[in-house]
Design a protein around this ligand. Structure first.
Ligand SMILES: NC(=O)c1ccc[n+]([C@@H]2O[C@H](COP(=O)([O-])OP(=O)(O)OC[C@H]3O[C@@H](n4cnc5c(N)ncnc54)[C@H](OP(=O)(O)O)[C@@H]3O)[C@@H](O)[C@H]2O)c1
Length: 278
């Protein structure tokens, strides 16, 4: 299936953009479809699916945050001729209780397609997307205490996911990917602080997080659900690197400190807490 078309759903975001670019660089034929591409694809609008799926034997699926796979999607993909599926999932799905992704993985396992599921840990790039405003304002609250996480670079996640299209031996496998070393949010924030000269406080307490969310006007029931997920992660304790990036790619994953050094040089945490430039 080397020269067959690969459809990349979610292929313009943090990881999906890197997946599409890497597939193209490796000489694959690629179709990217989102709500904003010329050929429009919307998970919420089944009328947009058939055209995008047409003529596609291989499929990469990355769902937006908090979104599960619609029940009708995999049957539609199979009917359209899809045979191979690589699903970008989430390593936190069981401990944090992400029912939408648990259901998605189950549907994939039962789809009859040749599937591989990749479950990444926290992305390095979270510090330039949804954590950036707090980092730039000098105070990040995430109620995970000092438990060490398996932060991984989006480039390494994409490299593993792309590699799956050439690894029929990993069909039917769930691959958990982490960076080369686990580190706590406090250690991560201190790394950014040293590289940028900014003073950044990390508060891993539940009370601190609730106060921030309350000030942002987030409803209590939403905060309760978020706190339950984060504190479950805290109570799990330190995670261990899985070594899968090294095994699959034959090279070490990118260290968080390298990501931060490059990000600081690019000015990722300069200026105020608006969206990052570029
Ligand atoms: N952040 C983490 O630390 C982490 C860790 C592990 C796993 N994950 C998982 O990774 C995923 C998020 O990855 P990401 O941050 O790379 O995503 P992202 O940057 O937010 O990109 C989302 C992609 O989905 C597309 N999209 C959004 N809504 C859509 C819709 N209704 N229909 C079709 N396409 C839509 C977007 O394009 P358009 O906006 O143009 O439609 C974009 O291409 C989630 O499933 C999350 O659970 C995240």
């Amino acid at each position: 299936m080397r020269n067959s078309l690969i459809l990349v759903l979610g292929g313009t975001g943090t990881v999906g953009g890197r997946v599409a670019a890497r597939l193209r660089a490796e000489g694959h034929r690629v179709r990217v479809a989102t709500r904003h591409t010329e050929q429009r694809f919307d998970w919420a609008d089944p009328g947009t699916w058939a055209g995008v799926l047409s003529g596609v034997p291989q499929l990469f699926v990355l769902l937006p945050d908090q979104t599960g796979l619609p029940e009708a999607f995999l049957p539609a993909a199979r009917d359209a001729g899809v045979r191979r599926l690589v699903l970008h999932s989430d390593r936190g799905l069981d401990v944090m209780g992400y029912a939408h992704l648990q259901q998605t993985e189950l549907a994939v396992r039962e789809s009859g397609l040749d599937w591989t599921i990749v479950r990444p840990d926290w992305f390095h790039q979270d510090f330039e997307t949804f954590f950036r405003p707090a980092v730039v304002d000098g105070r990040l609250c995430v109620p995970v205490g000092e438990a060490r996480q398996g932060f991984i670079d989006a480039g390494d996640i994409a490299a593993v996911e792309v590699a799956m299209f050439g690894r029929p031996d990993l069909i039917g496998e769930v691959i958990e990917v982490t960076g080369p070393r686990a580190l706590s949010f406090g250690e991560a924030v201190a790394t950014i602080g040293r590289a940028t000269g900014r003073e950044i406080v990390f508060d891993g307490s539940e009370e601190g997080y609730r106060a921030v969310m309350r000030a942002d006007g987030v409803p209590d029931e939403v905060v309760d659900a978020l706190v339950a997920g984060f504190t479950a992660l805290r109570d799990r304790g330190d995670t261990e690197p899985t070594g899968q990036v090294e095994r699959i790619l034959g090279r070490p994953g990118r260290d968080f400190a390298d990501y931060v050094a490059a990000g600081a040089a690019d000015g990722l945490w300069e200026g105020t807490s608006g969206p990052a430039a570029g």
